[in-house]
Design a protein around this ligand. Structure first.
Ligand code: B12
Length: 358
């Protein structure tokens, strides 16, 4: 067994679905993908430009020689049914920071293995140290489909990716045999609620629901896509859910530690009622794209989702939110109440009919 094969065997032993190794410089043509994306959506330049650091890794890590890529299936966990369509599945079972997660533990165990082999390593577990889909494609571990997602034969797109730099010139590539997307299949594009995905192999990251519900604006009253965001509270899976290549690829065989207990406390109404301390101490560590100092965004998102239902059963919760300690939440509640064509809320006479933020 070669050293590269031994690394792969160790990864598979730790339940990685796949593992590959590519030379460091092979990632560099990702620059062209990024150039194309910025040219297509110049309004995303500022955010997208940060991703150039995913290439030319030898500048920051002169010792690094190769990239080890690991693919992990998350389409095996039971997602509480009432969270589907509200919270992106990846975020429900996110093992990047959750020490209880078997995936978190495997990631550290794999890195320890690499180090035991005398390899110097570096990784970045939050957002990845390089362009993970592009690296996995180069290693032949799967394919990238028109919705930009990386798919494996076994799990469809319900996989997430990890990468480590190592200081040894190793290579381990596979051959992917999946069929490409039929040219006339545009289901993912049709499914995208905001037309962020409007053409194959491209997307506008600033209008993606996943962005709008997380890092994006807290002030959804001004957000042109507030209606299309539908019920999504955190993340979005629309372009993956609609893909025929994902059919039958999710099997709920395992439970994710703590998810059922946490989910019992999550609904649109429960979020509106949630104490800020709970939002900071329970929600922020789990769903960490909304940081502790922005947790009021959860209430903004819940109000927006309620506003998109026109379910009058939500009115008491919306009225209560009009007295929330956070000003932006109060304003959002007023605005959503106005969408229900309600009379002005008590104490806000004259403001109820017009959206607060126009
Ligand atoms: C920035 C980022 C985001 C941003 C912007 C998304 C984006 N697509 O750029 C935001 C916050 C919106 C986001 C959201 C999500 N993300 Co994200 N994100 C990333 C990150 C950090 C970089 C992505 C990137 O390189 N973007 C730049 C553009 C240029 O690349 P791209 O969109 O991936 O497009 C590729 C294809 O178009 C391909 N390509 C172009 N032309 C052609 C032509 C052909 C023929 C082929 C084959 C390919 C091809 O080249 C591009 C390079 O890979 C990666 C982690 C990482 N370090 O790589 C995770 C990552 C892409 N995210 C991931 C996930 C799961 C999500 C969410 C599903 C979470 C959720 N449930 O809400 C959403 C989905 C949003 C969506 N519809 O894409 C996973 C995807 C796993 C997979 N199976 O593909 C990744 C890989 C993280 C991980 N550790 O696994 N994300």
């Amino acid at each position: 067994m070669t050293k590269a094969e031994a690394i792969e065997a160790a990864a598979l032993n730790l339940n990685y679905e796949q593992c590959g190794i590519i030379p460091l410089a092979e990632i560099d043509d990702y620059t062209e993908r990024l150039n194309e994306r910025i040219k297509r959506f110049p309004e995303t330049r500022q955010q997208s430009e940060r991703l150039y650091t995913f290439t030319q890794l030898n500048r920051t890590f002169p010792w690094a020689k190769s990239i080890v890529i690991g693919v992990r299936r998350y389409g095996k966990y039971r997602i509480p049914p009432h969270l589907k369509g509200l919270i992106g599945a990846y975020y429900c079972v996110d093992g990047r920071r959750d020490e209880r997660s078997p995936d978190y533990q495997a990631s550290y165990a794999f890195e320890a293995y690499l180090n035991q082999q005398g390899l110097r390593t570096f990784t970045e577990r939050n957002f990845g140290l390089t362009a993970l889909r592009w690296a996995a494609l180069k290693a032949g571990l799967g394919t990238i489909r028109q919705n930009n997602f990386f798919y494996t034969h076994k799990s469809g797109s319900w996989v997430y990716l990890e990468a480590w730099l190592i200081d040894s010139e190793l290579e381990l590539k596979h051959q992917d045999t999946q069929k490409p997307c039929p040219e006339d299949c545009h289901r993912c594009i049709r499914r995208c609620p905001t037309q962020s995905l409007s053409e194959p192999y491209s997307m506008n990251r600033s209008t993606c629901v996943s962005y709008l519900t997380t890092f994006g604006p807290a002030d959804l009253c001004k957000e042109p896509h507030y209606q299309e965001m539908g019920q999504w509270l955190f993340g979005c899976d629309a372009c993956q859910d609609g893909c025929p290549f994902n059919r039958g690829k999710w099997s709920e065989d395992e439970t994710f530690p703590g998810l059922d207990a946490l989910a019992a406390g999550i609904s649109l109404e429960k979020i509106l009622d949630m104490d800020y301390d709970v939002l900071r101490k329970v929600m922020a560590p789990k769903f960490w794209y909304i940081s502790e100092d922005r947790v009021y965004k959860w209430k903004i998102n819940a109000l927006n989702a309620m506003g998109n239902t026109f379910n009058e059963g939500y009115l008491p919760a919306i009225r209560k939110a009009a007295a929330d300690p956070h000003e932006a939440v109060r304003a959002m509640a007023e605005w959503v109440a106005a969408r229900f064509a309600l009379p002005a809320l008590p104490g806000s006479e004259g403001k109820g009919q017009d959206p607060v933020y126009g």
